[in-house]
Design a protein. Structure first.
Length: 561
């Protein structure tokens, strides 16, 4: 080959390399200058991944340290469809190991427009572990907790429940959701092109949720719920409510409604059943409200327990004629008799002496028409007409517990105040949050100590020889009041078939440790509070006194001799 030909080939080769270099340079320049931001984002999305590290939700304990709500170990399984090369091969494995529908799994894995899909939220950890052992590219796992309620029905109306995302949806789970939830953390990891984790490059620490310690005693709560179930069944009632309060502290030891529900099956619970009707619902209290009228007359020094009135069987108030529950002739009754025999005519006579404005003032002082501000969501303030809206007959209705609506918790707290020498203590369910005590409950005096003492003596008469004899507890003095209230009829007036039977009282009457309310909604066969609710009160009180080891304060032969 001539030198000239060789030189020409060399120049041609140089030109070819130059051209290739120029194209490569242009391509590199275009990639770096034009496509760089998009490519950088793509590379980052393929290599980096931010995973949420869920905070542990706090455990809810009763006053004894028994778990009422806690987190169980679970594993959430997710996938990055962009990293899965053969969805048809992976889907059967995932479906079989996790017990999922294969068609649904295949659809999720085949959607390459998404970089993250859930395959199973809060799956069984053993099932997830079996899948993880397969080391499938594009399938990820992270620990979560699943909310569980080991006591099932017991206390469920108090504790409430949390949803799939561990957010409170009802009860104390909702009220204290912020404290229980804590704050989730984050972890940014780097993966190789095959989806394997290489490194953790950034971490935001988790702040665990606070535990909640209640005033409720789960053993007492369980017994109260059982008594309500038995009572409801015995009387074919629509529902029943009971509250047990320590009058000295405002601690709610039990707060039960029936029918109840299993908190572990919250997704199937009708919303009407999930609410705690002792706090959220109102009812006309009937004769248990007469304690307000009598207390007002005593504290205003208008009467004494021995003050006597000549009372006919019925009384005219404006356009209404109101009579006592049992037919009788005109009788001479003391104030004590009025309360023990639950005379409507007598209570109205006392109210007329008080007058509209003074009676309304006392109703407000007792807290009716205001929330107790218990630490529970959805509390009702009740329904109380302001005095300027009273009609002529209102002063005949309200003193006997008609034309006014209260919550069971309001009524229980009022009787607890009388038990506590006239001092109302705000009822509450939470003792402490984490290592912090709950705020000190509000206290206020409602009636004088002397008035409270007189009321207690008079209510002991209700139980020893009046309408509440079925509330007696052997070995203990009991003070309380029966209530039988016709329910308002939607068409107007009051029903003659639907009633709320109730009993509210405290025990031992000489040194009260427990204030208890029982209300039975729409019993059949009998409607009287002394027949339907008082025996349930006695069963709850007897168990609670023995369980709490409260010493008897009266001879066993008779509770009040």
């Amino acid at each position: 080959m001539s030198a000239r030909l060789a030189d020409r080939r060399i120049r041609l080769l140089v030109a070819l390399f130059a051209a290739v270099f120029a194209v490569a340079l242009a391509r590199a320049t275009w990639l770096q200058a034009v496509r760089a931001p998009n490519l950088a984002r793509l590379a980052t999305s393929q290599q980096r991944e931010t995973i949420t590290l869920p905070a542990r939700r706090g455990t809810i304990y009763d006053r004894l340290g028994t778990e009422l709500a806690l987190g169980e170990e679970a594993t959430t399984v997710y996938a990055n469809p962009k990293q899965i090369t053969s969805p048809r091969a992976v889907a059967p494995l995932v479906a079989r190991d996790l017990g999922l529908d294969e068609v649904a799994v295949l659809a999720a894995l085949s959607d390459r427009s998404r970089g993250f899909v859930y395959l199973a939220r809060k799956a069984d950890p053993e099932r997830a572990k079996a899948l993880e052992a397969r080391h499938l590219v594009g399938i990820g796992f992270y620990p979560e907790e699943r909310r569980s309620y080991p006591q099932r029905r017991v206390g469920s109306s108090v504790v409430g429940f949390a949803g799939l995302d561990n957010r409170g949806l009802a009860g104390l789970e909702l009220q204290y959701d912020g404290a229980l939830s804590g704050t989730d953390g984050e972890e940014t990891i780097v993966r190789d092109p095959f989806g394997r984790m290489l490194d953790v490059i950034d971490t935001k620490p988790v702040r665990e949720g606070n535990d909640l310690f209640l005033t409720v005693d789960h053993r007492l709560q369980a017994q109260v719920e059982q008594v309500l179930r038995d009572t409801r069944a015995a009387w074919g009632a629509k529902g029943a409510t009971a509250i047990v309060i320590d009058p000295r502290t405002g601690d709610i030891l039990a707060l039960a409604v029936e029918p109840g529900f299993d908190a572990n099956r919250y997704a199937l619970v009708p919303r009407d059943r999930a609410r705690n009707r002792a706090v959220t619902d109102t009812y006309e209290p009937g004769s248990t409200f007469k304690i307000v009228t009598v207390a007002a007359a005593l504290d205003d020094r208008l009467v004494a327990p021995s003050t006597a009135f000549t009372l006919p069987y019925e009384i005219h108030v404006a356009d209404r004629v109101i009579h006592d529950a049992e037919p009788r002739g005109t009788e001479r009754m003391t104030v004590s008799d009025i309360l023990s025999r639950s005379s409507n005519v007598g209570a109205i006579t006392l109210a007329l002496q008080l007058g509209r404005d003074r009676l309304a003032w006392w109703i407000d002082r007792f807290g009716f028409g205001h929330e107790t501000e218990v630490d529970f969501p959805g509390e009702s303030s009740g329904i109380v007409l302001p005095p300027e809206k009273w009609t002529g007959s209102t002063i005949g209705n309200v003193p006997i517990g008609q034309g006014i609506a209260v919550t069971p918790l309001q009524m229980a707290s009022v009787y607890a105040a009388i038990a506590n020498a006239g001092v109302w203590v705000q009822p509450h369910l939470v003792d402490r949050v984490g290592d912090r005590d709950a705020p000190k409950p509000e206290e206020r005096r409602i009636v004088s100590e002397s008035t409270a003492r007189l009321l207690t003596k008079m209510m002991r008469g209700v139980v020893s020889e009046g309408t509440g004899v079925e509330a007696q507890v052997p070995g203990y003095t009991v003070a309380g009041k029966t209530g039988t209230a016709a329910k308002p009829d939607p068409t107007g007036g009051y029903s003659d078939t639907r009633y709320v039977a109730s009993f509210v009282g405290f025990v031992p009457a000489r040194a009260p440790r427990l204030a208890i309310l029982v209300a039975v909604d729409e019993p059949t066969g009998a409607i009287w509070g002394g027949v339907v609710a008082a025996p349930a009160f006695a069963k709850i009180a007897e168990f609670a006194l023995q369980y709490l080891e409260v010493p008897p304060d009266a001879p066993l032969a008779a509770a009040d001799q």
